[in-house]
Design a protein around this ligand. Structure first.
Ligand code: PGA
Length: 244
C-alpha cells in the first residue's frame, strides 16, 4: 500500500486528479470506478479544469459508480446519478452512455445487481477504482459486518452512515435505508485502487486500514489484500498513522 500525505484537502484533491488524469492519458478507454460523497468533489473540479484548460479527453472513458441509493430516481438531488451528472459528467466530454450507476429503481434489485456485475465484466473490469472511506471504515456501502464474498448487492446502511449522510438530506428520516453497492469482492477485482480520506473524522478508520488486521469490522481493511492500492490522505486523516 502506497501512502501519500498531502498538507490539506486542496493538495489531496490535486494529487488525486493527477493520478486519475495520468491513467486516462496512458489508457484513453480506461474503465474508472467512481465514488460520490464530499471527499472527491474537489478532485472532480480539478479534472474538469484539466479538461477545459489542458484538453484532458474523456471521450473514450467508461465509468461505473460504486453505489446508488435504492428508491431515489436520477432527478432526485440526493441520488448519486444526479451528483455525478452535476458535479462531473456535464462539465466534461464523456459520453453519457459510457457512464453507469446501479439501477436503484429496478423492480428486481437482485437482477439489477447481477446486470451491473455483467456490465463491468463486459468491458474487461475496472482499471482504476476511486474510493472514499466512511468514519466507520466502510467502502461503498459495505458496512461493518459485511460478507466480504459478496459482489454487487443490496446493502443496508449502518446507523452511523445514516447519521453521517443526513447532512445531505432535509432530515435524517429522509436518508434511504438501502442502496445497491459494489461488494468487497467486486472492489478487490479492480486493477488499481485509489482511496482518498480527508479530515480527522477519518483518522481512526485510516489507522485501522494501515495498522489493523483484516476484518469485516472495518471493511476497508480488506484492501490490505490488494496488490495495488494507493492512499491519498491529508494531514488530519493521517494523524494516527506511523510515518517512519
Ligand atoms: P464523504 O463519504 O466523502 O462524504 O466523507 C465517504 C464515504 O462515506 O465513503
Amino acid at each position: 500500500m502506497r501512502i501519500f500525505v498531502a498538507k490539506d484537502y486542496h493538495d489531496l484533491s490535486l494529487e488525486a486528479a493527477k493520478v486519475v488524469a495520468d491513467e486516462i492519458v496512458q489508457k484513453p478507454g480506461i474503465v474508472l470506478g467512481l465514488a460520490t460523497g464530499a471527499t472527491p468533489l474537489a478532485m472532480y473540479r480539478e479534472l474538469i479544469r484539466m479538461h477545459r484548460e489542458e484538453g484532458l479527453d474523456f471521450s473514450q472513458v467508461i465509468t461505473f459508480n460504486l453505489d446508488e441509493y435504492i428508491g431515489l430516481p436520477p432527478a432526485n438531488i440526493n441520488s448519486y446519478r444526479y451528483y455525478m451528472f452535476h458535479n462531473f459528467f456535464r462539465h466534461i466530454n464523456i459520453k453519457l452512455k459510457n457512464t453507469h450507476l446501479p439501477n436503484a429503481m429496478a423492480v428486481d434489485v437482485d437482477e439489477a445487481c447481477q446486470e451491473y456485475e455483467q456490465q463491468i465484466a463486459g468491458v474487461g473490469g475496472i482499471d482504476l477504482q476511486v474510493l472514499g472511506i466512511g468514519q466507520n471504515g466502510h467502502i461503498g456501502f459495505n458496512e461493518p459486518g459485511v460478507d466480504f464474498a459478496l459482489g454487487t448487492h443490496r446493502a443496508q446502511l449502518d446507523e452511523a452512515t445514516i447519521a453521517d449522510n443526513a447532512r445531505f438530506f432535509a432530515s435524517r428520516s429522509d436518508v434511504p435505508r438501502y442502496a445497491i453497492s459494489l461488494g468487497i469482492k467486486s472492489i478487490m477485482q479492480a486493477k488499481k485502487i485509489l482511496l482518498l480520506a480527508s479530515g480527522n473524522s477519518k483518522a481512526r478508520a485510516i489507522y485501522e486500514l494501515v495498522h489493523g488486521a483484516v476484518s469485516n469490522a472495518t471493511p476497508a481493511t480488506f484492501l490490505k489484500l490488494h496488490h495495488d492500492v494507493q492512499l491519498i490522505l491529508d494531514e488530519p486523516a493521517a494523524m494516527h498513522i506511523s510515518r517512519a
